[in-house]
Design a protein around this ligand. Structure first.
Ligand code: SIN
Length: 308
């Protein structure tokens, strides 16, 4: 069974890779991803300066996923540019993820990664966890300013990591900007931002930062993620590639994202819980489903959602 696929014309050896987020901030963690079954090495979203992130507790597992308010703990973009050549021997795509705190930050980081050994640049427009910094992609004027600087330089494909949208008119608006600025791929979706989980015993939120408001991930958000993948697939078809992310923990989940139109799926919450064994397990479960259903490759099933 052939599970090779592509994002923006770049070959991915299999369908499952890590999502920017858990266990991808240090060189040691990136080497673990290199040796794992992940089809790419996706780096932690970085900022200009290193950040230690938000106060603890900032991550909590939940029955069907997790809530977190990490606050972009990372080593600063220069470190990830230096790590890229050290990771090339794994022979899989290296994806930088950038999270500017201003338009100028995005410009500086994208220009630098365009000159580096990374293969793809994911522009994170959707981190919900920085106090006083709204998620860029909910503000289309601000988004346009960022897209105008990140699409200006270099030949490496640039994509955007989007928050969940809950109305088609927003997906349409974003799709227009993606076309206008020739963005190569989308990553749908980041966590569902600013949810609240309360501990009734202590009578407090379970997270400390932002008075308890954090990003929800895992199975809770899978239907929202599927809807966003499908909406962008409907709107942009083969003009862009799609990373599907949000609640994938089994081959069945991955198959659903494939039917919706995802070219590759990323996993975060299950990787944090299960470790690197999750990539091979989910891939094998997906292959079993494809074989049982008579598909010959991932490409064969992509976008083939049927209607009632
Ligand atoms: C974080 O570090 O706060 C998570 C990153 C994100 O939501 O994009």
């Amino acid at each position: 069974m052939n599970t090779k696929t592509t994002i923006a014309g770049l070959e991915f050896p299999s369908y499952i890779c890590n999502a920017s987020g858990p266990n991808d901030a240090t060189l040691d963690e990136l080497h673990v991803l290199g040796s794992s079954g992940s089809s790419a090495i996706v780096m932690k979203s970085c900022t200009i300066e290193p950040r230690s992130g938000n106060a603890e507790p900032r991550y909590a597992r939940l029955p069907y996923g997790a809530i977190q308010s990490m606050g972009l703990p990372n080593l600063g973009y220069r470190a990830y540019g230096e790590f890229a050549p050290l990771l090339q021997s794994y022979g899989k795509p290296i994806v930088a993820s950038i999270a500017g705190l201003s338009v100028e930050d995005y410009r500086v980081m994208v220009d630098t990664f365009q000159e580096s050994d990374v293969d793809l640049i994911e522009v994170n427009l959707s981190c919900p966890n920085i106090e006083g910094k709204p998620q860029v992609a909910y503000d289309f004027e601000q988004t346009e300013k960022v897209l105008s600087v990140v699409s200006r330089s270099g030949t490496k494909p640039v994509g955007v990591k989007l928050p969940p949208y809950f109305d088609y008119v927003h997906q349409q608006h974003m799709a227009e900007l993606i076309e206008k600025y020739q963005i190569s791929f989308v990553t749908c979706i980041n966590s569902v931002g600013n949810v609240l989980v309360i501990d009734p015993e202590k009578e407090t939120p379970i997270l400390k930062p932002k008075k308890g408001f954090g990003g929800l991930s895992g199975s809770y958000i899978k239907p929202i993620a599927l809807a966003n993948v499908r909406a962008f697939y409907n709107l942009l078809g083969d003009k862009i590639s799609i990373f599907g992310v949000g609640g994938i923990q089994s081959g069945v989940d991955a198959f659903e994202f494939l039917l919706a139109g995802a070219d590759v799926v990323q996993v975060g919450t299950i990787f944090e819980k299960e470790g690197p064994a999750c990539f091979g397990r989910i891939e094998k479960e997906l292959v079993d489903i494809l074989i049982a259903k008579g598909y010959h490759s991932v490409a064969d099933a992509k976008g083939r959602l049927k209607f009632l």
